[in-house]
Design a protein around this ligand. Structure first.
Ligand SMILES: [Zn+2]
Length: 291
């Protein structure tokens, strides 16, 4: 491809994604703003097969200067580690999502455990319970949730918790199996203020993303208003859950400023403050230096 065609292509990809430019087509001066820490994305997903490299390479120049790519299956864990090896600003979490619990057995669990010694694996996740569908069997989900919690504890790594339609069982397992040495984030937090309080009191972070911008997200807005800003981290869950006005389309970390804007509004702080504090929180969560 010649340079002109390449530039044109990048420009098209850029404007399609809303990179760099505001609605009037002016460059967005993110350079003057604090960078954003994306705490939860799935860039190994097929949804990024066509432009993964272009998109990931463009993140730092667009103010997204740290990303944790989260494992959801064994293959996705391997994919997350490959991305972390390729890009200095990407880190990986190793874990198996509750909906994929059938992948786990003693052999695959041993493989998962071995991945935790990789220098760029910063967490165990995502792990938890998902009762939205009847399968996999809830007892099987609980078994591997607990095993992976113990794995994180042994490895002294934080956990990335996925919990959907399973508030009660998740909390009772956390109370029974996780002592105060274990830390982590409740990703894509979707429960009430009462449940949020339980996790906040235990020192957990709440992962907040595109849902915060949805019109019908009253419950999450209440949680965001209630939770101390010092315990909130930013996430996309890309390719899912794109914020308004991209709702329903493929999500990516470049849309995080839309979440920052809504969070700053709810907390009554500047966007700069919201960026800086959530950055510091994410560094504490994943045991990374602030600089
Ligand atoms: Zn996820």
């Amino acid at each position: 491809m010649n340079l002109e065609a390449q530039e044109q292509n990048e420009d098209e990809a850029g404007s399609a994604l809303g990179w760099n430019k505001d609605e009037a087509g002016n460059a967005i001066g993110w350079q003057n703003e604090h960078p954003i820490f994306e705490t939860h994305a799935h860039y190994d997903d097929d949804a990024f097969d066509e432009d993964r490299e272009a998109l990931l390479s463009a993140l730092p120049e667009n103010g997204i200067t740290r990303v944790v790519n989260i494992g959801s299956t064994l293959e996705a864990t391997a994919g997350s580690i490959r991305l972390a090896e390729k890009y200095p600003y990407i880190y990986a979490a190793a874990g198996v999502h509750p909906s994929e619990a059938e992948e786990l057995n003693e052999e695959t669990f041993a493989w998962l455990k071995a991945q935790l010694s990789h220098p760029k694996v910063v967490a165990v996740g995502e792990i938890g319970l998902d009762y939205y569908w009847p399968e996999p069997d809830h007892e099987l989900q609980k078994k591997w949730f607990i095993r992976q919690l113990h794995l994180a504890h042994e490895a002294k790594k934080p956990v990335v918790i996925h919990s959907r339609d399973a508030a009660e069982d998740t909390l009772s397992i956390m109370k029974a199996e996780a002592d105060e040495e274990l830390s982590g984030v409740i990703h894509c937090f979707s429960y009430s203020v009462e449940i949020a309080r339980e996790y906040l009191n235990r020192g957990y972070f709440l992962g907040i993303g595109g849902v915060l911008t949805f019109k019908n997200s009253r419950k999450l807005k209440e949680v965001a208003a209630y939770a101390p800003l010092s315990q909130i981290v930013l996430e996309t869950d890309s390719p899912y859950l794109a914020p308004v006005p991209h709702r329903g389309k493929r999500n990516c970390s470049l849309y995080l400023p839309l979440v920052v804007a809504e969070l700053a509004r709810i907390k009554g702080v500047s966007e700069e403050e919201a960026r800086r504090i959530t950055w510091e929180n994410a560094c504490r969560l994943y045991h990374l230096p602030v600089e």
